[in-house]
Each structure stands twice: as C-alpha cells, then as structure tokens.
Design a protein around this ligand. Structure first.
Ligand SMILES: CC(=O)N[C@H]1[C@@H](OP(=O)(O)OP(=O)(O)OC[C@H]2O[C@@H](n3ccc(=O)[nH]c3=O)[C@H](O)[C@@H]2O)O[C@H](CO)[C@@H](O)[C@@H]1O[C@H](C)C(=O)N[C@@H](C)C(=O)N[C@H](CCC(=O)O)C(=O)O
Ligand SMILES: Nc1ncnc2c1ncn2[C@@H]1O[C@H](COP(=O)(O)OP(=O)(O)OP(=O)(O)O)[C@@H](O)[C@H]1O
Ligand SMILES: N[C@H](CCC[C@H](N)C(=O)O)C(=O)O
Ligand SMILES: [Mg+2]
Length: 482
C-alpha cells in the first residue's frame, strides 16, 4: 500500500517520496525490506534508538512522535499520537474486519463475557469468534493467548484473517493497557461494554481515576456515535461509566439488579447452577444458568446485552444463557473428592475477584471454604496485603503459595501477603499447597485454587515451568483416593 494512502489524515509525509509499504512493525528486530517501522516511545526504551537498525534492514518508511529526533533520510510520518496512527494504519493495511465487532472492558469479567457473547451468537447461527486472555476461539481454529488485547498490528491481521474465514461476529477484550496504548484504535466497533472497576494495574496507571479514564476511552474514543454501550449497573463505578457513555452519545443499555434494559429480579443459587428471573421489555424470563457464582450471572447479562445490541432477539439471547459454558479456569469445577468436596480452579488474581469468588461459594458451602492463592511478581504490589486480608476475612482455611514470581524473590511476595493474613499457612511450592488443601478437606467444604485459572506455566525468573492447577487438582485427588 502506498505510504500516502496509509498515512492519509494522520500526519504529513516528510522526505517527498511515496514508497509502497509492504509490511508494518514497531519492532526493529522484525523489520523486513519494504516495511514501515514505527519508532515508538515505550515503557522501557525509546524506539527511535532503533531507526538505524530498521533502515539497515531495508525499512521503506518511518512513523514517529512529533518532537522525536530522527537521523534518517527515509520518508517519515510524524504524529502527535503515533500509537493511534499505527493502529489506524494497520487497520487500513489489513483491510477487512468481521462486520460485527464488540469489545468489553472492566477489571473483572472480560474473558467470561467475550466467551459468552461468542456462544450466544453461535447459538443464533452466526460464525462467531472471541479474542482475549485465553486466546482466540473461532469456527476453524483456536489460538493460545498471550496478551488480553493483542498488539495493533497483530490484531488487525487477525481480524482480517477472521473475516476472510467468514467470521461475521467477534467479541474482544479491551484491557486498560490495550486502550491506553491505542491497540484497538483501528477496530471498527458496533457495541462496547463495561463491567466493573476494582484494584489492578496500579503499577502502570498512576491512580484509580487514570485507570478508569483509560477504560473509558472505549466509549469516548472508540465507540462510534449512537453505538450501543452495555453497562453493568451494579458496580460502584457504574454511575460514572453511564455518565461517560451518555456524554459520548452512546445508546446506553444497563443490565443487572439496577439495570433498566435487562433487570435481574431474583437469583437463587445451587451448587453448580443458578436460577434467575430477568425482566426485559416488560416480560419476565426465567432462566437456569449452568454456572456457579453470582458474578457469572452479572457477566451473562452483559453478554446477553451485547448480543441483543447486535441483533439477537431478546428471548433468544436469554434462552441461550441456559447453554453457556464457562471460560477455562473461571470458577471451574476441576474435580470432586470422594467426600464430595468440590475443588474449583479460578483466575482471581486481584482483590475484588478474590472477594467475589470466595463469597460466591458461601451459599452452597455447609463446611469450610479452603483457599489456595499467591500473587504475581513484577505486578502491582499493593494487591498483596489486600488479597491476604480478603482471604482471611472470607475463607476459613487460607494457604499462601507462589504464583508466577517472575524476577522477584517469591518469599518476599508471600511475606507481603502473610503480613495481612493472620492464621494463614505458607506453603511455597504450589503443587504441595494444592495437595495440602485437598488432603485437609472434609465433607461440606469447598476448595478454591485461585490466581492461575487457564495458565499452563509457573514463571520463575525468566523460565516458565509447565504447571497446571487443573492437572495438579486431578493428581492430588487421585493420590488421595489411590
Ligand atoms: C508494559 C506494556 O504494556 N508494554 C507494551 C508496550 O511495550 P513498550 O512499547 O512499552 O515496550 P518497550 O520495550 O519500552 O519498547 C519500545 C519500542 O521499542 C521497540 N524496540 C525495542 C527493542 C528493540 O531492539 N527494537 C525495537 O524496535 C519495541 O518494539 C517498542 O515498540 O507496547 C507493546 C506493543 O503494543 C506491547 O506488546 C507491550 O506489552 C508487554 C509485552 C506486556 O507484557 N504487557 C502487559 C502488561 C499487558 O499489556 N497486559 C494487558 C492486561 C492484562 C490483563 O489484566 O488482562 C494485556 O492486554 O494483556
Ligand atoms: N463480574 C465479575 N465481578 C467480579 N469478579 C469477577 C467477575 N467476573 C469474573 N470475576 C473474577 O475474576 C476472575 C477473572 O475473570 P475473567 O477472566 O472473566 O475476567 P478478566 O476481566 O478477563 O480478567 P483478566 O484481566 O485477568 O484477564 C474470575 O476467575 C473471577 O474470580
Ligand atoms: N494479565 C494478568 C494476569 C495475572 C495472572 C496471575 N497468575 C499473575 O501472574 O499475576 C497480568 O499479567 O497481570
Ligand atoms: Mg481477560
């Protein structure tokens, strides 16, 4: 594609020439002959340091920030917001996208909602995909996940290949990093959703307000005027999210107990399902959601809202909730001991998620709640004491262990949790911690292994060791009964 077409409206081209650009990248190590290299200021290094490297590899053009100092004779596009410009260029370069695209943001529930929305669409006969933390699921393929919101070039390429495969509907997660770094700025959205705001990523965002504002870019910068904004009405931040969406001229649809569009009137919990009465358009729909945890009901309502906003009839969307399968590792029953103790694997790695998940199993737990968890290294440290306090307040037996210590000393991470978790036991080895929890359980108890969910590795230093909570739960139960 000619550089002038790629850059149209994004910034003047310096250097006169208008080369044919044959690929795009923001990583000099991946530059191929004919590429446009985006030299972006980053969180660790400044991409302008790699311009000479990119030029030596045959780059045809450059993109950079307005004031950047660049020593190169290559045609150059300067932009006040180069990450935005790159995302828009990537969308132009790769072209087609599924005709119906929706994105969901919020601290917790994104993966579940993207997965549920895909399932509701599938039930209505659409070729549908979901994109997020656990990867991509589409009719003809599944791809394992790396980032919650992929980099803009990878995302544009993915959307174009999904469209080429005949996918018409796609639901994706919009992480706050992704929104802040403009990764979705080239995505043509039909609807967007907000779930809730809790404590996470305050190592990246300066404070809760900036974290909220980053999430709100979904409504203010990405959702076209008149697009549907589905908002969970029951969170402390819902009022502000509704205000922002209304201010952005979105068609606001609220769901939940305080919702106007889908109103949860009644909810009854059983061990692995819940029965709900939902009021929609003046009618009451009684549905059985085959998943545990009231937070899953909240997620299901947002997903139904997104499906309805994109053309699924109300009754069909609500009926489809009865067939939903949970996303891998989200309050997922990984095994049951012979004493009948359910052992759940869950992805709670932040305070509100842990609070929700432990509270969710209380209604059907006649004995004790046993929780195993840790906190990730090189991540927001403030979460550690908060999660220690929540676990000891809400669970009966707490075992603190490791969860991806990365470059940090695992003992120090555990100590930060333990300082706020009186009475908790410390078992460094996650495999042993899971065994202790299961071996110590008795009839009536519920065991939750939190923090890793679908993950298949334990990252210690730079090495990711194969590790699965699911597999460890199964092995521990087998050993116990063997
Ligand atoms: C902290 C963070 O979010 N970093 C993201 C950011 O990287 P960066 O630009 O700041 O990286 P940098 O290392 O400072 O490099 C600056 C620039 O120089 C370039 N470079 C660097 C070295 C070189 O030799 N040549 C070169 O060209 C880099 O490619 C980059 O363009 O922009 C990149 C391009 O979009 C992202 O891939 C990268 O995500 C990293 C891998 C990451 O781990 N991100 C996590 C924290 C994340 O995004 N998580 C969220 C939320 C998770 C959740 O809770 O669900 C997610 O969406 O997954
Ligand atoms: N609506 C919700 N409210 C509170 N907690 C929730 C909600 N939905 C899920 N959770 C908790 O958060 C965990 C992660 O859920 P999910 O993967 O759906 O969210 P996410 O927003 O994609 O998270 P991440 O940003 O980590 O990818 C679940 O395992 C559960 O513990
Ligand atoms: N997307 C999140 C996942 C955290 C999962 C948890 N197991 C951990 O390692 O902290 C992050 O990278 O912060
Ligand atoms: Mg997710």
């Amino acid at each position: 594609m000619q550089l002038s077409l790629l850059a149209r409206g994004l910034g003047a081209i310096e250097g006169g020439a208008d080369p044919d650009v044959t690929s795009l990248t923001a990583d000099s190590r991946k530059v191929q002959s004919g590429a446009l290299f985006a030299a972006l200021p980053g969180t660790k290094v400044d991409g302008t340091a790699f311009v000479a490297d990119a030029e030596a590899k045959g780059a045809a053009a450059l993109l950079c920030a307005e004031g950047a100092s660049i020593a190169s004779s290559l045609p150059l596009v300067r932009s006040a917001d180069p990450r935005h410009a790159l995302a828009v260029m990537a969308a132009r370069f790769y072209g087609a996208q599924p005709e119906c695209l929706v994105a969901v943001t919020g601290t917790a529930g994104k993966t579940s909602i993207a997965t549920f929305t895909r399932q509701i669409w599938e039930k209505s006969g659409y070729a549908a995909a979901s994109i997020g933390t656990t990867g991509v699921v589409a009719p003809n393929r599944t791809i394992d996940g790396t980032l919650t919101t992929p980099d803009p070039i990878e995302l544009a390429e993915l959307l174009s290949s999904l469209a080429a495969d005949g996918v018409t509907h796609a639901a994706m997660e919009a992480s706050s990093h992704g929104l802040d770094q403009r990764r979705l700025d080239g995505v043509r959205l039909g609807a967007a959703a907000f779930t809730n705001l809790g404590h996470d990523h305050l190592d990246y965002h300066p404070d809760a307000e900036s974290y909220f504002q980053a999430k709100m870019r979904l409504f203010t910068a990405l959702l076209p005027t008149g697009g549907a904004a589905v908002v969970n009405a029951d969170d402390a931040w819902s009022g502000r999210a509704i205000e922002v969406a209304t201010g952005a001229s979105a068609r606001v649809m609220t769901v939940g107990r305080k919702g106007d569009f889908l109103k949860l009137k009644r909810l009854e919990h059983e061990r692995s399902r819940q029965i709900a009465e939902i009021e929609a358009e003046g009618r009451i729909h009684r549905i059985v959601l085959p998943l545990a945890g009231s937070f899953q009901m909240a997620n299901a309502l947002v997903a139904a809202g997104l499906a309805i906003a994109t053309g699924v009839p109300v009754a069909d969307a609500l009926a489809a909730l009865e067939g939903l399968k949970g996303a891998s590792g989200r309050l997922e029953l990984a095994g049951t001991t012979t004493a009948g103790v359910p052992v759940f694997v869950d992805y709670a790695h932040k305070p509100e998620a842990l609070e929700n998940v432990v509270s969710s199993v209380r209604p059907f737990t006649t004995g004790r709640i046993v929780v195993v968890f840790g906190c990730g290294g090189d991540r927001d440290r403030a979460k550690r004491p908060m999660m220690g306090e929540i676990a000891t307040r809400l669970a009966d037996v707490v075992i603190v262990t490791d969860d991806n210590p990365r470059s940090e000393d695992p003992a120090k991470i555990r100590a930060a949790i333990m300082a706020a978790a009186p009475g908790a036991r410390e078992v460094a080895d996650r495999r042993l911690a899971i065994r202790e929890a299961i071996a110590g359980s008795r009839a009536g108890d519920t065991v939750i292994i939190a923090g890793k969910g679908h993950e298949t590795g334990q990252k210690i230093g730079e090495v990711t060791h194969p590790f699965s909570d699911h597999a460890e739960v199964r092995a521990a139960i087998a050993e116990l009964h063997g």
